[in-house]
Design a protein around this ligand. Structure first.
Ligand SMILES: Cc1cc2nc3c(=O)[nH]c(=O)nc-3n(C[C@H](O)[C@H](O)[C@H](O)COP(=O)(O)O)c2cc1C
Length: 325
């Protein structure tokens, strides 16, 4: 797939996930075969104001490439200025968020709320595309609610306005993250435009990924929640789509090894105090898929140091081995 001049080789992208898909996780997923990553969404207003926490969200590393940074906002002028600043962080692509359902964002005409205002949404895309030489893409939902499924109409307008690719999370804003993604909307968008279309929603196994490709004709699938605590899912998807090979879930000791490596990376970027607090939820996700580990998952929520996490990982392995006997 080519996003304008950017070559993106592979099957599955890592979804942008605020508070979860930070640089450590993006790099880890690429090491398992993710073909493309998108940074956590950053406020255009915060970028333009020079807010240091917001600007930190734009940092990209070579190990997460090819990649996009993602911005949100409801003002074409501010979004365009933010897009220019994004360029200084050297991403490959700039993605516009039109999917965030959070009232804090959509209440300000940004995120998914832009889908309710097609003229403004198109103006945002055009302003960004004209402001930067980098490819500009849009990630949107199916529509605002079941009565307003307008992704196809918007997709055509965004293509005209200069968008270089589109990602469709096939749920409405009203659905938030519940209910099933409706792949027919992704298929309809793919038919309507000639730029690449990435499909997002409910890809949680290699077979699901194959199913989404088959049912939608999309150019790439995007994996969100299912990759949390399971970054090897990208290797499973690649093996299945390339060779029809079904890779099993890694052994528990291997999953714990990956978890410790992941948390080590978070700590390297954010220091142990912040890193270990952010690592708690990741640790719980890694442990979630392991039988009889509910109590250990709760323990993960209380870890205070890397040494405690190592001890917890050893306990998880011990319990899993006992169950296997
Ligand atoms: C914790 C979390 C944070 C998210 N943050 C973003 C975000 O910053 N930008 C965005 O476009 N989508 C965001 N999403 C939506 C995902 O990118 C994805 O489209 C959605 O979760 C559906 O895919 P899935 O079923 O594979 O999880 C987020 C989702 C989750 C669960």
């Amino acid at each position: 797939m080519r996003i304008s001049q950017v070559n993106v080789e592979g099957y599955a992208a890592l979804a942008p996930m605020a508070g979860a898909a930070d640089m450590a996780f993006r790099e880890l997923c690429v090491s398992f075969g993710a073909a493309y990553t998108v940074n956590e969404m950053a406020s255009a207003k915060g970028i333009v104001a020079g807010d240091s926490k917001t600007l930190a969200l734009l940092r990209v590393s070579d190990a997460q490439k090819p990649c996009a940074v993602q911005i949100f906002g409801g003002s074409p002028q501010i979004m365009a200025r933010a897009a220019v600043i994004c360029g200084e962080f050297a991403p490959d692509v700039i993605d516009i968020n039109m999917g965030c359902p959070a009232p804090k964002i959509s209440g300000n005409s940004a995120g998914a709320a832009l889908m309710k205002n097609p003229d403004l949404a198109e103006a945002v895309v055009r302003a960004c595309a004209q402001a930067t030489a980098l490819p500009v893409t849009v990630k949107m939902r199916s529509g605002w609610d079941a009565q307003n499924i307008n992704a196809v109409q918007l997709a055509c307008r965004f293509e005209q306005a200069g968008a270089a690719a589109l990602t469709i999370h096939a749920r409405t804003r009203e659905q938030m993250y519940a209910g099933k993604a409706d792949y027919s909307v992704i298929a309809a968008v793919k038919k309507a435009v000639s730029i690449p279309v990435i499909g997002s929603g409910d890809v949680c196994s290699a077979q699901n990924a194959a199913d989404m490709f088959e049912r939608t004709g999309c150019d790439m699938v995007m994996v969100g929640r299912a990759a949390l605590g399971r970054p090897w899912l990208f290797a499973q998807i690649n093996a299945y789509l390339e060779h029809g090979q079904i890779l099993p879930e890694p052994a528990v000791h291997e999953r714990m090894r990956v978890m410790l490596g992941h948390v080590g990376r978070i700590i390297a970027y954010k220091g142990e105090y912040i890193g270990i607090r952010e690592a708690r939820k990741h640790a719980a996700w890694y442990i979630k898929s392991i039988r009889s580990a509910a109590a250990l998952r709760r323990e993960a929520g209380r870890i205070e140091s890397f040494a405690q996490l190592e001890a917890l990982a050893a306990k998880v392995v011990e319990i899993a081995e006992k169950h296997a006997q």
